[in-house]
Design a protein around this ligand. Structure first.
Ligand code: SF4
Length: 295
């Protein structure tokens, strides 16, 4: 069995930056993180062993003044900053700069158009409802933005009103383009020349640029172990790309997921590739490689 780890997989710079911030701040005392710092249970457990305490929004409301709370790369809605100010909580803001720019763009669009007459605008986010980043983006519009997951849902839009479309950073470019084409077709059908449709491809290229490489990596191996957290949107997108390139791709989250059947499948072939998402730590892929080598 020849095992290789994809050199392009692993944390993106936004996640690396947030984790570095957590490690740095933990040296100065107690630190809370609002939500899982990364959608990878193994990495969360490693940081919790160093002292990081993961909290939810209810916990935030009951923290004592001067508590220190790290905001992860996904970003937060304005209400989180407001609560922190009210309670005298110190925020360590590790929002990814790419997400921050997107939040600012959506807020600027909302502020510029919220009072437009006679056609009130619709701000639309292509993303996963309830995802932390999407909640932060909706917050920029006073929670008025619509969230669409696929072109099948465009009947929720009013094509006689202006539409301003943005994307969650980790969605797929193909999916975004399909949604744009579906909306354009409906605008034409509704003869909606007076109601503009503006779209902004705000997908992070740290994710999108990995796809071509990941496809090539998947094709160059007989079997692929894709390592990702069950809650990671980015892992879902990249795993699907791997499966398209090599149907012999298996999603796992930890070395413990390598059962007898997976092991037998790996041993039956020559080349085993290990890759992962922008939320997958390098050390975890290495542990999986070690587990395979030791079997
Ligand atoms: S995927 Fe892109 S936007 Fe998301 S945290 Fe990483 S660098 Fe930032």
């Amino acid at each position: 069995m020849q095992i290789s780890i994809d050199s392009h997989s692993g944390f993106c710079f936004g996640v690396t930056r947030a984790i570095n911030a957590a490690e740095q701040e933990l040296r100065h005392g107690a630190l809370f993180c609002l939500g899982d710092i990364v959608h990878n249970g193994q990495e969360v457990a490693r940081l919790e062993a160093l002292g990081l305490q993961t909290i939810d929004n209810d916990d935030l409301r009951s923290l004592p003044p001067h508590s220190r709370v790290l905001l992860r790369a996904h970003g937060e809605p304005p209400s989180t900053y407001w609560i922190a100010r009210q309670r005298g909580i110190e925020i360590i803001d590790a929002t990814c700069p790419v997400v921050k720019t997107l939040q600012d763009s959506i807020r600027a669009c909302y502020e510029a158009h919220k009072n437009d007459e006679p056609l009130p605008p619709q701000i639309v986010i292509y993303g996963k409802p309830g995802h932390a980043e999407v909640i932060g983006l909706q917050g920029q519009t006073n929670n008025t933005a619509l969230v669409l997951e696929s072109p099948d849902q465009i009947d929720r839009l009013d094509f006689t009103r202006p539409i301003y479309l943005f994307s969650q950073t980790t969605k797929s470019v193909e999916g975004f383009n399909a949604l744009v084409e579906a909306i354009k077709a409906q605008c034409t059908m509704h003869n909606a020349q007076l109601a503009p449709f503006e779209y902004h491809d705000t997908i992070c290229r740290n994710v999108a640029n990995r796809v071509a490489h990941l496809r090539a990596f998947a094709q160059s191996n007989d079997i692929v172990l894709f390592v990702g957290g069950a809650k990671s949107s980015n892992a879902k997108v990249l795993y699907e790309k791997c499966v398209e390139a090599n149907p012999d791709t298996i999603f796992i989250s930890s070395p413990d997921d390598i059962d007898k059947e997976i092991l037998a499948r790996c041993q039956a072939v020559g080349r085993v590739g290990i890759c992962g998402a922008t939320s997958t730590p390098q050390w975890l892929m290495e542990r999986i490689s070690e587990r395979l080598s030791a079997s």
